[in-house]
Unconditional design. Sequence first.
Length: 238
Amino acid sequence: MLKNFVLYGFAFAFLQLLIACGPAPEDAQAVLEDVETVPTETDGEQLAESQEAEILVVAYGDSLYAGYGVDQKDGFAPELQSALRAAGKDVRVHNAGVSGDTTAAGLRRMDFVLDSLSRKPDLVILGLGGNDMLRGLKPSDTRANLEAMVKNLQDRGIAVMLTGMLAPPNLGTDFTKEFNVIYPALAKKYDLALYPFFMDGVVGRPGLFLPDGIHPTAEGIDIIVGKITPQVIAALKD
């Protein structure tokens, strides 16, 4: 379990950025979502590879999934794909991360993303909620949005793995308690694979973060991928 002083440092860095940038309005979120829908040459390459691979995994999240601030090849999705292939899995990891996404934004775009894929994914790794926490959005709303996404995926017959986020103590006891239970509670209710804290292994190590103090460097992403890969493999076996 992470120690409180580490979480306080984590909170301070996150809140510094939040204060500097201010909360983004919902219409600004729409602009961020539109970025994901613009086809690029790389998107075409990803689609072709997903058609060839035996297994399709979708990494569905925010900037932590999108690879914010690092070369595209060093982001979470491509690094996870490399790790899974090194483990003998014929897999394509589709990057469906959008920087700035809240759970509400993720819920709104989910059908579009899934319907745009060449085929049904074998697994969706769902990692949203960090931006909700930063903006102080109601944990009950965060939970409701995540639950709606889980239900959508399960209704489509798609396996789901949750990657959780932890609220630091200085956001208040009530908020922290209500937020931190979201991911384990949903995992238990819907029998989902759960990786409790996406940033495990990098929080408390400043050298593994970009200058903003929030997003991991390429080295930090490597550590995250190294820790999460065995659980992704287990989820694919299930």
